[in-house]
Structure formats: C-alpha cells, structure tokens
Design a protein. Structure first.
Length: 237
C-alpha cells in the first residue's frame, strides 16, 4: 500500500468513527430527553371556570374523534359569550410530552379545515408589572366568516410563541437543570367584524382572565405571566 493510500485509509477510518460516535451521542441525547419527568398540573383543566368576567360558556368540549387525533392528556375547550353579542373560543391543551404538540399547529389545522390563511404575525401584549406575552396571531376566513386566532405555548419556566424556539429554549434549560418535557398550548379565537386592532382590544381583558385562572390550574411548577389587565371586567373569576 502506498503512503497516499495509507493516508486516505486513515482519513476514511477517522470519518467513519466520528460518524458512529456522533450517532451514538445523538441517540443517547434523544433517549435522555424522552426520559425526562412530566410536569403535572395542580388541577385538571376540565374544571376551568365557565364564567370569566362577563363571558360565560355557551358550548364546551371536543368530539371524541378530535380528542383522539390531538392525543391530549388534559384540555379545556369552550365557546364563551359576553351577553352583548360578542363571543370567543378558548382551547387549552396539556401535553405531558411536548413532541406530540408539534403536529397540531393552527397554521396547518385551519387550512385543513377549509379556512383561508390571510395573514400571520407576532404580537406583544403587555400584561402588567413590566411583563409581556408574545403570541402568534392569524387572520383566517371561510366564506363570509372571518376570525382572528391567537396562540402561544406555556412551558414550566415561561411562555414562547414559536414552537421551534420552545425546543431550543428547552434544550438550553435542560443543561441548566430544568428537566420537564411537558407543555401547555393556549389558543383563543375571536370573530372579526372590524379591524384586527379592534379585535385585539376586545380580547385583551379575556386574555388576562385566562392567564389568571391558568396559573391556578397549572400550579407552582409553572411560571405563568402575572397579569393586571383585567380591570375592565366586572365579576367572574
């Protein structure tokens, strides 16, 4: 064997060993990630309040077929009405394993249900005490019906809007000693009869009440934004 051949052989051997070691590391990391403990809830989401300020539940629950597709460990889904002609839908889904949630994004599910996706962007909502809630906002329409959809993800240590960033953030937090793999998705839909800004103003107090009650249901193992934007609502939880 010539010196050049021996050098090439060593190079290929090193590449193969490197690939094998890298594959073993990735497999070990993947296995470790899915051995992480689940972050439980303090109370089941099915006991979420049916009265939120002036909004009261008019319809609740999901079809059994939808429940099976979503693979939720716990959830709350309801349509609330404010008694003045306004309505809003609320969905809160708890996934003991965050990897299941990645398959159920509104940007995919709404078009699959026949809605046309008009616009997507990010919104920052000041919720009090200097805290801001970043959320995704969609504008969708189907026939003559138009909706604004807001959603974000609640991790045990805070909230994120981008599901990919939730994975990056969780990996970073893993190395900081935070091991839970659970996630809660919050989604709110409101009919649009005017501008997106008007719809946002309409829904702001409702979001505050949702966050306030969500903190009670998730418990001390979850860091939910502290809110002070519910002052325009009277009564309720």
């Amino acid at each position: 064997m010539t010196p050049q051949a021996r050098t090439a052989n060593r190079y290929y051997t090193l590449c193969i060993v490197t690939l094998l070691v890298s594959g073993a590391c990735v497999h070990a990391l993947h296995h470790w990630l899915y051995l992480r403990p689940v972050q439980p809830l303090a109370r089941t989401l099915r006991e979420f309040p049916k009265q939120l300020g002036p909004w009261s539940v008019q319809q609740e629950g999901l079809d059994t077929a939808v429940e099976e597709v979503l693979k939720l460990q716990d959830y709350w889904s309801a349509v609330y009405a404010d008694g003045r002609g306004g309505s809003v839908s609320l969905f809160i889904g708890y996934y003991a394993d965050e990897s299941v949630a990645k398959d159920h994004q509104p940007t995919v599910c709404y078009p699959a249900a026949g809605w046309k996706l008009l616009q997507t962007d990010r919104q920052q909502l000041a919720v009090g005490s200097g805290a801001e809630l970043e959320m995704n906002r969609l504008q969708v329409e189907r026939g003559r019906e138009s909706q604004m959809v807001l959603y974000w993800f609640q991790l045990p240590d805070g909230t994120v809007a981008d599901p990919m960033m939730s994975k990056v953030r969780r990996l970073r937090r893993l190395f900081e000693g935070h091991f839970s793999r659970s996630l809660v998705k919050v989604q709110i839909g409101v009919p649009m009869t005017d501008s997106p800004e008007s719809a946002m103003e309409q829904i702001r107090p409702f979001i505050g009440l949702v966050l306030k009650n969500l903190a009670d249901h998730l418990g001390p193992g979850w860091t939910v934004p502290q809110v002070s934007i519910v002052g325009t609502d009277k009564g309720g939880s």
